[in-house]
Write a protein that binds this ligand. Structure first.
Ligand SMILES: [Zn+2]
Length: 369
């Protein structure tokens, strides 16, 4: 595997272990990562400025939107209030950065979010030891990397979680102690502009990981109302995997073939392809290469796939710099790269995460304490 040193990532993500009620874990998050929370707010303030959405207007929209979430899932709102208290931030700013994807898509579908990702779930029939594995390269604006953190969180009455997120935000990808994992990708379609009628992808995945079984997690993810298009893979140790392509008001499924399901940033479900105007390949044609390439590389070792092999796949440079291991493009104003790369062994309850790009990242192992 080749290494390309155009980004100098930190050795590991800042890490927090927390427990208590939702407000307690939120406050611990805000206290531990106050500087990074301020960084997240700054990044999205600049992004909204670029699309001419006034900060005060956005704060008002965020506050109204949270009224709906408070009815649907009050614990998530309590946790966000805790984050605001711990980080000494305006609560509305924390709400705003949590709903920012839906918010940005209300006013613009262009390139304000340079947000890609390549993901996979690999079932026991395809792995060397029968374990269920997941993979995620999270590609985003490089300005977000210093604000990205890893949390082991135990909320009373809920399964313990290990997850990656941007500081101030509730969830991006991770697993729970029952061996349920959730990873995700951006999708863009003609079905956006519903920030006031649902939740973001991160919140939907976080709700799914409250469940103890794969079936319940899938049901929860599909039932959670969506404010924008987004893709999710949910997998359970020894229980299966499914990809869910969500748009506001509807969810389409993509099932594993020969024990492998892979996704990038375009719709794969045939019904979705017929019904939805998919903006993904138009804006980012590299998505068409990344999912095929990852599937080919995994299939080449079908039945012998290990976490090490998955890491090699995540560092692949076919189509560079718009490769599975995404690098900055020096010839464009696109500033995205793979900010975080994760391999999850749901059976062993282990997650290895590296600040990216994957080819130069140092993977740290995280397990439940
Ligand atoms: Zn690379």
């Amino acid at each position: 595997m080749s290494v390309i040193q155009d980004v100098n990532p930190p050795k590991a993500l800042p890490f927090l272990r927390s427990e208590g009620r939702p407000h307690d874990v939120g406050r611990a998050h805000g206290r531990a990562f106050g500087e990074q929370v301020a960084g997240s707010i700054k990044v999205y303030k600049a992004k909204l400025g670029k699309i001419n959405l006034a900060w005060e207007t956005a704060l008002e929209i965020a506050e109204r939107n949270i009224g709906m979430l408070r009815e649907l899932d009050p614990a998530l709102v309590e946790e966000m209030d805790g984050i605001a208290e711990g980080a000494e931030a305006d609560r509305r700013e924390i709400y705003l950065i949590n709903i920012r994807t839906g918010l940005i898509r209300m006013v613009e579908e262009g390139t304000a979010e340079d947000h890609e990702c390549t993901t996979a779930a690999i079932l026991g029939e395809a792995t060397a030891d029968g374990h269920t594995l997941m993979a995620q390269n999270w590609d985003q604006d490089g300005a977000c990397q210093p604000n990205t953190v890893l949390i082991e969180q135990r909320i009373e009455g809920d399964p313990a979680l290990i997850f990656v997120t941007e500081a101030g935000i509730l969830f991006r990808h991770g697993m729970n102690e029952h061996g349920i994992g959730a990873v995700g990708n951006a999708l863009r379609s003609n079905r956006e502009r519903r920030a006031d009628r649902g939740t973001t992808s991160g919140m939907a995945r976080r709700r799914a990981l409250r469940c103890k079984t794969f079936a319940d997690a899938v049901r929860m993810l599909k039932q959670t109302p969506r404010s924008h298009s987004g893709n999710h893979i949910i997998a359970g140790d020894g229980q299966g995997a499914v990809d869910i392509e969500g748009v506001p008001g509807q969810a389409y499924e993509v099932h594993p073939e020969q024990g492998i399901v892979v996704h990038s940033n375009h719709f794969l479900n045939p019904q979705a392809q017929a019904e939805v105007d998919d903006h993904g390949p138009r804006n980012h044609p590299d998505t068409l290469l990344r999912d095929c390439r990852m599937r080919d590389l995994l299939m080449a070792k079908h039945g012998r796939i290990t976490p090490d092999h998955v890491r090699e796949v995540l560092a692949d440079h076919e189509g560079f710099p718009y490769s599975i291991c995404r690098h900055p493009d020096p010839n464009s104003d696109s500033i995205g790269f793979t900010l975080v790369s994760s391999v999850i062994d749901l059976t062993a309850r282990r997650m290895w995460t590296a600040p990216g790009p994957a080819c130069v990242g140092t993977y740290t192992e995280y397990t439940f304490s």
